[in-house]
Design a protein around this ligand. Structure first.
Ligand code: NDP
Length: 399
Protein backbone atom coordinates (compact mmCIF):
# COMPACT_ATOMS: atom_id res chain seq x y z
CA UNK A 1 0.00 0.00 0.00
CA UNK A 2 1.57 3.32 -1.03
CA UNK A 3 0.07 6.71 -0.40
CA UNK A 4 1.48 9.94 -1.81
CA UNK A 5 0.60 13.56 -1.04
CA UNK A 6 1.52 15.97 -3.85
CA UNK A 7 1.75 19.67 -2.93
CA UNK A 8 1.40 22.27 -5.72
CA UNK A 9 -0.96 22.17 -8.69
CA UNK A 10 0.92 24.13 -11.38
CA UNK A 11 2.60 23.18 -14.66
CA UNK A 12 4.97 20.52 -13.29
CA UNK A 13 2.49 19.05 -10.83
CA UNK A 14 -0.11 18.59 -13.58
CA UNK A 15 2.26 16.20 -15.37
CA UNK A 16 3.33 14.34 -12.21
CA UNK A 17 -0.25 13.93 -11.01
CA UNK A 18 -1.47 12.60 -14.37
CA UNK A 19 1.49 10.22 -14.69
CA UNK A 20 1.09 8.93 -11.10
CA UNK A 21 -2.65 8.48 -11.66
CA UNK A 22 -1.90 6.10 -14.55
CA UNK A 23 0.45 3.97 -12.46
CA UNK A 24 -1.49 2.23 -9.69
CA UNK A 25 1.34 -0.31 -9.45
CA UNK A 26 3.49 2.44 -7.86
CA UNK A 27 0.87 4.81 -6.42
CA UNK A 28 -2.14 3.19 -4.72
CA UNK A 29 -3.56 6.40 -3.33
CA UNK A 30 -2.87 9.96 -4.48
CA UNK A 31 -3.81 13.12 -2.55
CA UNK A 32 -3.32 16.63 -3.91
CA UNK A 33 -3.04 19.94 -2.05
CA UNK A 34 -2.17 23.45 -3.16
CA UNK A 35 -2.78 27.11 -2.42
CA UNK A 36 -5.71 27.28 -4.86
CA UNK A 37 -8.19 24.46 -4.23
CA UNK A 38 -9.96 24.88 -7.59
CA UNK A 39 -6.75 23.87 -9.44
CA UNK A 40 -6.61 20.65 -7.40
CA UNK A 41 -10.27 19.98 -8.07
CA UNK A 42 -9.78 20.46 -11.82
CA UNK A 43 -6.95 17.91 -11.82
CA UNK A 44 -9.03 15.51 -9.73
CA UNK A 45 -11.86 15.81 -12.27
CA UNK A 46 -9.47 14.97 -15.11
CA UNK A 47 -7.83 12.00 -13.39
CA UNK A 48 -10.90 10.62 -11.60
CA UNK A 49 -11.83 10.56 -7.92
CA UNK A 50 -10.89 6.90 -7.74
CA UNK A 51 -7.24 7.90 -8.42
CA UNK A 52 -7.04 11.31 -6.70
CA UNK A 53 -8.63 10.33 -3.40
CA UNK A 54 -8.69 13.78 -1.83
CA UNK A 55 -7.92 17.43 -2.58
CA UNK A 56 -7.08 20.18 -0.07
CA UNK A 57 -6.21 23.86 0.14
CA UNK A 58 -2.95 24.44 2.01
CA UNK A 59 -0.57 27.32 2.56
CA UNK A 60 2.71 25.44 2.45
CA UNK A 61 4.63 28.46 3.75
CA UNK A 62 3.11 27.47 7.06
CA UNK A 63 4.65 24.25 8.45
CA UNK A 64 1.84 23.82 11.00
CA UNK A 65 -0.76 23.75 8.23
CA UNK A 66 1.27 21.14 6.37
CA UNK A 67 1.67 19.07 9.57
CA UNK A 68 -2.13 19.05 10.05
CA UNK A 69 -2.62 18.00 6.44
CA UNK A 70 -0.06 15.19 6.70
CA UNK A 71 -1.67 13.98 9.95
CA UNK A 72 -5.04 13.87 8.15
CA UNK A 73 -3.84 12.14 4.95
CA UNK A 74 -1.06 10.00 6.51
CA UNK A 75 1.00 9.73 3.31
CA UNK A 76 4.16 7.63 3.01
CA UNK A 77 5.74 10.37 0.89
CA UNK A 78 5.22 14.09 0.30
CA UNK A 79 6.10 15.26 -3.23
CA UNK A 80 6.75 19.00 -3.12
CA UNK A 81 5.92 20.58 -6.49
CA UNK A 82 5.11 24.02 -5.08
CA UNK A 83 7.87 26.65 -5.23
CA UNK A 84 11.39 26.58 -3.75
CA UNK A 85 10.26 28.99 -0.97
CA UNK A 86 8.14 26.18 0.49
CA UNK A 87 10.92 23.55 0.70
CA UNK A 88 11.89 24.17 4.33
CA UNK A 89 8.38 24.44 5.84
CA UNK A 90 7.44 21.21 4.03
CA UNK A 91 10.65 19.48 5.17
CA UNK A 92 9.91 20.63 8.74
CA UNK A 93 6.42 19.16 8.48
CA UNK A 94 7.86 15.89 7.15
CA UNK A 95 10.29 15.76 10.09
CA UNK A 96 7.53 16.41 12.62
CA UNK A 97 5.40 13.61 11.14
CA UNK A 98 8.25 11.23 10.10
CA UNK A 99 7.25 11.27 6.43
CA UNK A 100 9.54 10.91 3.40
CA UNK A 101 10.08 13.99 1.19
CA UNK A 102 10.91 14.75 -2.47
CA UNK A 103 11.30 18.02 -4.40
CA UNK A 104 12.56 19.36 -7.75
CA UNK A 105 14.31 22.60 -6.78
CA UNK A 106 16.55 23.79 -3.94
CA UNK A 107 15.20 26.03 -1.16
CA UNK A 108 15.25 29.73 -1.90
CA UNK A 109 14.69 32.57 0.57
CA UNK A 110 12.23 35.06 -0.95
CA UNK A 111 14.41 38.13 -0.47
CA UNK A 112 17.65 36.85 -2.03
CA UNK A 113 18.40 34.61 -5.04
CA UNK A 114 20.99 32.08 -3.80
CA UNK A 115 20.49 28.74 -5.59
CA UNK A 116 22.40 26.66 -3.06
CA UNK A 117 21.79 23.49 -1.07
CA UNK A 118 23.20 24.64 2.29
CA UNK A 119 19.80 24.99 4.02
CA UNK A 120 18.54 21.58 2.92
CA UNK A 121 21.84 19.73 3.44
CA UNK A 122 21.70 21.01 7.02
CA UNK A 123 18.74 18.60 7.58
CA UNK A 124 20.93 15.52 6.91
CA UNK A 125 21.33 14.37 10.54
CA UNK A 126 17.76 15.27 11.53
CA UNK A 127 16.32 13.19 8.67
CA UNK A 128 18.72 10.31 9.38
CA UNK A 129 17.85 10.29 13.08
CA UNK A 130 14.12 10.35 12.25
CA UNK A 131 14.59 7.40 9.86
CA UNK A 132 13.16 9.33 6.90
CA UNK A 133 14.55 10.23 3.50
CA UNK A 134 14.58 13.45 1.45
CA UNK A 135 15.36 13.24 -2.27
CA UNK A 136 16.43 16.65 -3.58
CA UNK A 137 16.04 17.90 -7.13
CA UNK A 138 14.12 15.08 -8.85
CA UNK A 139 13.30 17.06 -12.01
CA UNK A 140 15.31 17.19 -15.25
CA UNK A 141 17.96 19.75 -14.39
CA UNK A 142 18.54 19.22 -11.54
CA UNK A 143 17.49 15.60 -11.60
CA UNK A 144 18.01 13.64 -14.77
CA UNK A 145 21.26 15.54 -15.47
CA UNK A 146 22.60 14.34 -12.09
CA UNK A 147 21.56 10.76 -12.91
CA UNK A 148 23.10 11.02 -16.42
CA UNK A 149 26.36 12.07 -14.78
CA UNK A 150 26.27 9.17 -12.31
CA UNK A 151 25.33 6.71 -15.08
CA UNK A 152 28.10 7.90 -17.39
CA UNK A 153 30.66 7.82 -14.57
CA UNK A 154 29.56 4.28 -13.66
CA UNK A 155 29.44 2.73 -17.12
CA UNK A 156 31.76 4.69 -19.41
CA UNK A 157 34.70 6.04 -17.41
CA UNK A 158 37.32 5.19 -14.80
CA UNK A 159 37.43 8.88 -13.84
CA UNK A 160 35.43 11.90 -15.04
CA UNK A 161 37.15 15.28 -15.52
CA UNK A 162 35.00 17.75 -17.48
CA UNK A 163 31.22 18.16 -17.26
CA UNK A 164 29.08 20.45 -19.41
CA UNK A 165 25.32 20.30 -18.92
CA UNK A 166 23.44 21.73 -21.92
CA UNK A 167 19.77 22.72 -21.92
CA UNK A 168 18.15 23.70 -25.21
CA UNK A 169 14.52 24.55 -25.76
CA UNK A 170 14.19 24.56 -29.53
CA UNK A 171 10.43 25.10 -29.31
CA UNK A 172 8.19 28.00 -30.30
CA UNK A 173 5.05 28.82 -28.26
CA UNK A 174 4.12 31.77 -30.44
CA UNK A 175 4.10 34.29 -27.55
CA UNK A 176 6.23 37.46 -27.55
CA UNK A 177 7.68 36.64 -24.13
CA UNK A 178 6.87 33.80 -21.74
CA UNK A 179 8.84 31.52 -19.44
CA UNK A 180 8.42 27.75 -19.52
CA UNK A 181 8.26 27.28 -15.77
CA UNK A 182 7.31 29.56 -12.91
CA UNK A 183 8.36 33.04 -14.22
CA UNK A 184 9.53 34.29 -10.85
CA UNK A 185 11.93 31.39 -10.26
CA UNK A 186 13.01 31.30 -13.90
CA UNK A 187 13.91 34.99 -14.09
CA UNK A 188 15.66 34.95 -10.69
CA UNK A 189 17.82 32.11 -12.03
CA UNK A 190 18.71 33.73 -15.34
CA UNK A 191 19.52 37.21 -14.05
CA UNK A 192 22.02 36.08 -11.39
CA UNK A 193 25.77 36.09 -12.05
CA UNK A 194 27.19 33.11 -13.98
CA UNK A 195 29.30 30.66 -12.02
CA UNK A 196 31.26 27.53 -12.89
CA UNK A 197 33.69 25.17 -11.18
CA UNK A 198 37.30 25.04 -12.31
CA UNK A 199 40.36 23.54 -10.64
CA UNK A 200 38.85 23.41 -7.18
CA UNK A 201 37.16 26.82 -7.07
CA UNK A 202 34.07 28.67 -8.26
CA UNK A 203 34.63 31.30 -10.95
CA UNK A 204 32.12 34.04 -11.68
CA UNK A 205 31.04 35.68 -14.93
CA UNK A 206 28.68 38.58 -15.70
CA UNK A 207 25.12 37.32 -16.35
CA UNK A 208 24.80 35.64 -19.78
CA UNK A 209 28.15 37.07 -20.91
CA UNK A 210 29.78 33.79 -22.07
CA UNK A 211 28.35 32.21 -25.23
CA UNK A 212 28.99 29.06 -27.26
CA UNK A 213 27.09 28.12 -30.43
CA UNK A 214 26.27 24.45 -29.91
CA UNK A 215 24.69 21.95 -32.30
CA UNK A 216 21.74 20.18 -30.61
CA UNK A 217 20.43 16.78 -31.79
CA UNK A 218 17.27 17.16 -33.93
CA UNK A 219 17.28 20.95 -33.37
CA UNK A 220 20.42 22.49 -34.87
CA UNK A 221 22.85 25.19 -33.79
CA UNK A 222 21.66 27.46 -30.99
CA UNK A 223 23.36 30.24 -29.02
CA UNK A 224 24.04 28.80 -25.54
CA UNK A 225 24.93 30.90 -22.51
CA UNK A 226 26.92 29.93 -19.44
CA UNK A 227 24.96 30.30 -16.21
CA UNK A 228 24.93 28.79 -12.74
CA UNK A 229 22.57 25.93 -12.07
CA UNK A 230 22.10 24.25 -8.72
CA UNK A 231 23.10 20.71 -9.71
CA UNK A 232 26.68 21.92 -10.28
CA UNK A 233 27.05 22.37 -6.51
CA UNK A 234 26.13 18.80 -5.63
CA UNK A 235 27.88 17.22 -8.62
CA UNK A 236 31.30 18.77 -7.88
CA UNK A 237 30.91 17.66 -4.26
CA UNK A 238 29.98 14.08 -5.13
CA UNK A 239 32.40 13.72 -8.09
CA UNK A 240 35.60 15.28 -6.70
CA UNK A 241 37.60 14.19 -9.79
CA UNK A 242 35.80 16.90 -11.80
CA UNK A 243 38.28 19.55 -12.91
CA UNK A 244 35.60 21.72 -14.49
CA UNK A 245 31.78 21.75 -14.38
CA UNK A 246 29.59 24.19 -16.29
CA UNK A 247 25.95 24.68 -17.28
CA UNK A 248 24.67 26.18 -20.55
CA UNK A 249 21.19 27.22 -21.59
CA UNK A 250 19.91 28.45 -24.97
CA UNK A 251 18.08 31.77 -25.33
CA UNK A 252 16.76 33.37 -28.50
CA UNK A 253 17.47 37.02 -29.35
CA UNK A 254 13.84 38.09 -28.77
CA UNK A 255 13.82 36.53 -25.29
CA UNK A 256 17.11 38.24 -24.36
CA UNK A 257 15.90 41.61 -25.67
CA UNK A 258 12.70 41.39 -23.60
CA UNK A 259 14.72 40.37 -20.56
CA UNK A 260 17.20 43.26 -20.99
CA UNK A 261 14.34 45.77 -21.27
CA UNK A 262 12.50 44.35 -18.26
CA UNK A 263 15.71 44.35 -16.22
CA UNK A 264 16.55 47.87 -17.40
CA UNK A 265 13.28 49.25 -16.07
CA UNK A 266 13.49 47.35 -12.78
CA UNK A 267 10.70 44.86 -13.47
CA UNK A 268 12.84 41.81 -12.57
CA UNK A 269 13.85 43.19 -9.15
CA UNK A 270 12.99 41.23 -5.99
CA UNK A 271 13.32 44.36 -3.80
CA UNK A 272 9.82 45.40 -2.60
CA UNK A 273 8.63 48.86 -3.69
CA UNK A 274 5.80 51.04 -2.43
CA UNK A 275 2.96 51.24 -4.96
CA UNK A 276 -0.11 53.26 -4.03
CA UNK A 277 0.42 52.57 -0.36
CA UNK A 278 1.07 48.85 -0.87
CA UNK A 279 4.38 46.94 -0.85
CA UNK A 280 4.82 45.00 -4.09
CA UNK A 281 7.74 43.01 -5.50
CA UNK A 282 8.22 43.98 -9.17
CA UNK A 283 9.11 40.40 -10.21
CA UNK A 284 5.97 39.03 -8.50
CA UNK A 285 3.91 41.60 -10.38
CA UNK A 286 5.63 40.65 -13.66
CA UNK A 287 4.77 37.00 -12.98
CA UNK A 288 1.12 37.97 -12.61
CA UNK A 289 0.98 39.55 -16.08
CA UNK A 290 3.05 36.96 -17.98
CA UNK A 291 1.41 33.90 -19.55
CA UNK A 292 0.99 30.97 -17.16
CA UNK A 293 3.59 28.37 -18.27
CA UNK A 294 0.93 25.67 -17.86
CA UNK A 295 -1.15 27.36 -20.57
CA UNK A 296 1.53 27.39 -23.28
CA UNK A 297 1.24 23.84 -24.55
CA UNK A 298 -1.58 24.19 -27.09
CA UNK A 299 0.12 24.81 -30.45
CA UNK A 300 3.67 24.69 -28.98
CA UNK A 301 5.95 23.36 -31.75
CA UNK A 302 9.47 21.91 -31.61
CA UNK A 303 11.58 19.99 -29.13
CA UNK A 304 13.87 20.29 -26.17
CA UNK A 305 17.30 18.68 -26.02
CA UNK A 306 18.87 18.45 -22.57
CA UNK A 307 21.99 16.45 -21.85
CA UNK A 308 25.44 16.17 -20.37
CA UNK A 309 28.81 16.15 -22.10
CA UNK A 310 31.36 14.34 -20.01
CA UNK A 311 35.05 13.99 -20.79
CA UNK A 312 37.14 11.60 -18.77
CA UNK A 313 39.54 8.67 -18.82
CA UNK A 314 38.78 5.05 -19.69
CA UNK A 315 41.60 2.49 -19.79
CA UNK A 316 44.16 5.29 -19.91
CA UNK A 317 42.56 7.07 -22.88
CA UNK A 318 40.58 10.33 -22.90
CA UNK A 319 37.10 10.30 -24.45
CA UNK A 320 33.87 12.35 -24.45
CA UNK A 321 30.33 11.01 -24.04
CA UNK A 322 27.12 12.95 -24.70
CA UNK A 323 23.98 11.58 -23.09
CA UNK A 324 20.70 13.35 -23.86
CA UNK A 325 16.95 13.34 -24.35
CA UNK A 326 14.80 15.03 -26.99
CA UNK A 327 11.29 15.87 -25.87
CA UNK A 328 8.60 17.09 -28.27
CA UNK A 329 6.22 19.81 -27.06
CA UNK A 330 3.29 18.69 -29.23
CA UNK A 331 3.68 15.04 -28.15
CA UNK A 332 3.58 16.10 -24.47
CA UNK A 333 0.49 18.19 -25.15
CA UNK A 334 -1.19 15.22 -26.83
CA UNK A 335 -0.29 12.90 -23.93
CA UNK A 336 -0.95 15.02 -20.83
CA UNK A 337 -1.91 18.53 -22.03
CA UNK A 338 1.45 20.02 -21.01
CA UNK A 339 4.51 21.51 -22.74
CA UNK A 340 7.87 19.73 -22.73
CA UNK A 341 9.49 21.77 -19.93
CA UNK A 342 6.72 20.80 -17.48
CA UNK A 343 6.83 17.23 -18.84
CA UNK A 344 10.60 16.80 -18.53
CA UNK A 345 10.33 17.92 -14.87
CA UNK A 346 7.08 16.18 -13.93
CA UNK A 347 8.06 12.72 -15.19
CA UNK A 348 11.36 12.50 -13.20
CA UNK A 349 9.46 13.64 -10.08
CA UNK A 350 7.09 10.71 -10.62
CA UNK A 351 10.01 8.31 -11.18
CA UNK A 352 11.88 9.48 -8.06
CA UNK A 353 8.69 9.03 -6.04
CA UNK A 354 8.09 5.56 -7.50
CA UNK A 355 11.64 4.41 -6.65
CA UNK A 356 11.31 5.70 -3.09
CA UNK A 357 7.92 4.07 -2.52
CA UNK A 358 9.18 0.73 -3.90
CA UNK A 359 12.21 0.95 -1.60
CA UNK A 360 14.65 0.86 -4.56
CA UNK A 361 16.00 4.29 -3.64
CA UNK A 362 15.50 4.44 0.09
CA UNK A 363 17.91 5.35 2.88
CA UNK A 364 17.39 7.76 5.77
CA UNK A 365 18.99 11.17 5.26
CA UNK A 366 19.00 13.98 2.70
CA UNK A 367 20.33 13.00 -0.72
CA UNK A 368 20.93 14.35 -4.19
CA UNK A 369 20.04 12.22 -7.18
CA UNK A 370 23.60 11.18 -8.10
CA UNK A 371 24.05 9.52 -4.70
CA UNK A 372 21.89 6.53 -5.73
CA UNK A 373 22.44 3.75 -8.26
CA UNK A 374 21.45 5.44 -11.55
CA UNK A 375 20.42 2.24 -13.38
CA UNK A 376 16.82 1.80 -12.11
CA UNK A 377 16.06 5.48 -12.72
CA UNK A 378 17.51 5.32 -16.24
CA UNK A 379 15.38 2.25 -17.02
CA UNK A 380 12.19 4.03 -15.93
CA UNK A 381 13.04 7.12 -18.04
CA UNK A 382 12.88 4.90 -21.12
CA UNK A 383 9.56 3.39 -20.07
CA UNK A 384 7.75 6.59 -19.04
CA UNK A 385 8.33 9.01 -21.90
CA UNK A 386 11.88 10.37 -21.59
CA UNK A 387 14.07 7.98 -23.62
CA UNK A 388 17.76 8.80 -23.63
CA UNK A 389 20.62 8.28 -26.08
CA UNK A 390 24.38 8.01 -25.67
CA UNK A 391 26.96 9.01 -28.26
CA UNK A 392 30.74 9.10 -28.19
CA UNK A 393 31.93 12.34 -29.80
CA UNK A 394 34.53 15.10 -29.77
CA UNK A 395 33.93 17.82 -27.19
CA UNK A 396 32.07 20.67 -28.97
CA UNK A 397 33.40 23.35 -26.60
CA UNK A 398 36.07 25.88 -27.47
CA UNK A 399 39.29 24.99 -25.61
P1 NDP B 1 3.88 26.84 -11.05
O1 NDP B 1 3.97 28.26 -10.61
O2 NDP B 1 3.20 26.49 -12.31
O3 NDP B 1 3.24 25.95 -9.89
C1 NDP B 1 3.54 26.13 -8.54
C2 NDP B 1 2.36 25.62 -7.72
O4 NDP B 1 2.68 25.76 -6.34
C3 NDP B 1 1.07 26.42 -7.98
O5 NDP B 1 0.00 25.53 -8.05
C4 NDP B 1 1.00 27.31 -6.75
O6 NDP B 1 -0.29 27.67 -6.33
C5 NDP B 1 1.59 26.39 -5.69
N1 NDP B 1 2.04 27.18 -4.55
C6 NDP B 1 2.79 28.31 -4.56
N2 NDP B 1 2.95 28.77 -3.31
C7 NDP B 1 2.29 27.91 -2.51
C8 NDP B 1 2.07 27.85 -1.11
N3 NDP B 1 2.57 28.77 -0.29
N4 NDP B 1 1.33 26.84 -0.62
C9 NDP B 1 0.80 25.90 -1.43
N5 NDP B 1 0.97 25.90 -2.77
C10 NDP B 1 1.70 26.91 -3.29
O7 NDP B 1 5.40 26.32 -11.07
P2 NDP B 1 5.99 25.10 -11.93
O8 NDP B 1 5.03 23.98 -11.91
O9 NDP B 1 6.51 25.64 -13.19
O10 NDP B 1 7.26 24.71 -11.01
C11 NDP B 1 7.11 23.91 -9.86
C12 NDP B 1 8.47 23.65 -9.25
O11 NDP B 1 9.28 22.92 -10.17
C13 NDP B 1 9.27 24.92 -8.91
O12 NDP B 1 9.91 24.74 -7.68
C14 NDP B 1 10.30 25.00 -10.01
O13 NDP B 1 11.46 25.69 -9.61
C15 NDP B 1 10.57 23.52 -10.23
N6 NDP B 1 11.15 23.21 -11.54
C16 NDP B 1 12.21 22.32 -11.58
C17 NDP B 1 12.79 21.99 -12.77
C18 NDP B 1 13.84 20.94 -12.83
O14 NDP B 1 14.19 20.49 -13.94
N7 NDP B 1 14.38 20.47 -11.72
C19 NDP B 1 12.36 22.60 -14.04
C20 NDP B 1 11.16 23.42 -13.92
C21 NDP B 1 10.62 23.73 -12.69
P3 NDP B 1 -1.20 28.72 -7.17
O15 NDP B 1 -1.75 27.89 -8.27
O16 NDP B 1 -2.19 29.20 -6.18
O17 NDP B 1 -0.24 29.78 -7.65
Amino acid sequence: MSRVLIIGAGGVSTVTVKKCARLPEFFDEIYLASRTLSKCEALQQECGVDRIKGVFAVDADNADEVIKLIEQVKPDLVVNLALPYQDLPIMDACLATKTHYLDTANYEPKDEAKFEYSWQWAYQDKFKDAGIMALLGSGFDPGVTNVYTAYTAKHYFDEIHYLDIVDCNGGDHGKAFATNFNPEINIREITQRGRFWENGEWKETDPLSVREDLDYQNIGVRASYLMFHEELESLVKHFPTLKRARFWMTFGEAYLTHLRVLEGIGMTSIEPINFQGQQIVPLEFLKAVLPNPGSLSDGYQGQTCIGTYITGIKDGKEKTIFIYNNCDHAACHAEVGAQAVSYTTGVPAMIGAALMLKGTWMKPGVWNMEQFDPDPFMELLNVHGLPWHVIECDSPFAK
